[in-house]
Structures are given as structure tokens and as C-alpha cells.
Design a protein around this ligand. Structure first.
Ligand SMILES: [Zn+2]
Length: 177
């Protein structure tokens, strides 16, 4: 999964399909929800909801202005593409923390599994059961978690690499500007 995929996944998760459509539209200037609703042919309430979800994660901003003619409050929206990296990094760090916690739990536990797959218990429980499955009477066998641990470590490493690549791109952009 590369950076673009991650952003798309994040936006679809927080703001749904409409949010993703708005985001990939790359509007160059400020827009009102009405304008966007007409342009996309989407219900205005769906547009507003998606914009609000984007706002909540920090990917959209608005300013309010009273319309001189109608006297109504208008919302002028802007997509904060400049915050993309920062928000993506925050999300990645959140995921990394979850994976690390899972890794810690998996590392500190020794599991025993019924050979018929009925139950998975920790060492103490397996000992209490005399290493015999209470459901089918088959022996409980030591469950090797090394492949699970390896997978978790790989995922964490992958996240670290992604964060690093985001930082690197940021550095490059700064240099050019
Ligand atoms: Zn069993």
C-alpha cells in the first residue's frame, strides 16, 4: 500500500464515498456546499455531512460569510491538502500503537490449542485442564505464535517505513519551495 492508497482509505473511512469524491475533485478555490452539490449532482445534505467529517479530522476548513442579498449565512469550504501528511502520519501512529499493544500481549502469552480446534487457552488454564480439551478430550498442544509475531513486527516495520517516506517527501517539498 502506498501513500495515495492510504489517503484514499482514510478518507473513505471517515467521510464515505461522497467525501472521497470531493477530495479527489481537487477544487482550486473555496466553494460553498450548494455549488458542490450542483457540480456533483449529489444531495446537499450528503455533501454537508461529508464536508463535516473531513473537517473533523482536519482535512477541510470553512469560513462563514453573510450573503449581502439574501442575508443568509454561507459556508465557504476549502480542502486542506496541505495537512494531508500530518493527518496521515497521525493515523499511522495510531495504528502502530495498536499493533504494538497487540504484539506485547501476544509476546507475553503462551497459548495452548486443542488439536481439534475447540479452544485456545493460556498456559495456566491449560495446566488446570491437565492439557486436555474439556470439550472433546483431545490433548492441548503448544501453539506456536512465532508466525503471528513476525507478521505483527512486519506490519509495524511497514508503518515505520511509510512514516519515514512521508517525512522524506515533506523535506523535499520544503527544499523546492
Ligand atoms: Zn477439543
Amino acid at each position: 500500500m502506498d501513500r495515495e492508497d492510504l489517503i484514499r482509505e482514510l478518507i473513505e473511512r471517515v467521510a464515505g464515498e461522497v467525501g472521497l469524491i470531493i477530495y479527489t475533485l481537487h477544487p482550486k478555490r473555496e466553494f460553498t456546499d450548494e455549488e458542490l452539490s450542483v457540480e456533483l449532482g449529489t444531495e446537499i445534505n450528503d455533501v454537508r455531512r461529508a464536508l463535516f467529517y473531513l473537517y473533523e479530522v482536519g482535512l477541510a476548513d470553512y469560513r462563514r460569510r453573510r450573503d449581502d442579498e439574501t442575508g443568509w449565512m454561507e459556508y465557504y469550504w476549502q480542502i486542506r491538502y496541505d495537512r494531508e501528511d500530518e493527518i496521515l502520519k497521525k493515523e499511522l501512529l495510531k495504528t502502530k500503537k495498536k499493533l504494538q499493544e497487540k504484539l506485547k500481549t501476544e509476546e507475553s502469552n503462551i497459548y495452548y490449542l486443542c488439536v481439534n480446534g475447540c479452544i485456545k487457552v493460556n498456559y495456566e488454564e491449560a495446566m488446570d485442564l491437565g492439557f486436555t480439551c474439556p470439550r472433546c478430550g483431545a490433548p492441548l498442544e503448544y501453539f506456536d505464535t512465532s508466525s503471528v509475531l513476525e507478521k505483527l513486527r512486519e506490519e509495524i516495520k511497514r508503518i515505520d517505513e511509510l512514516i519515514l517516506s512521508i517525512d522524506r517527501t515533506k523535506g523535499k517539498t520544503k527544499k523546492v519551495a
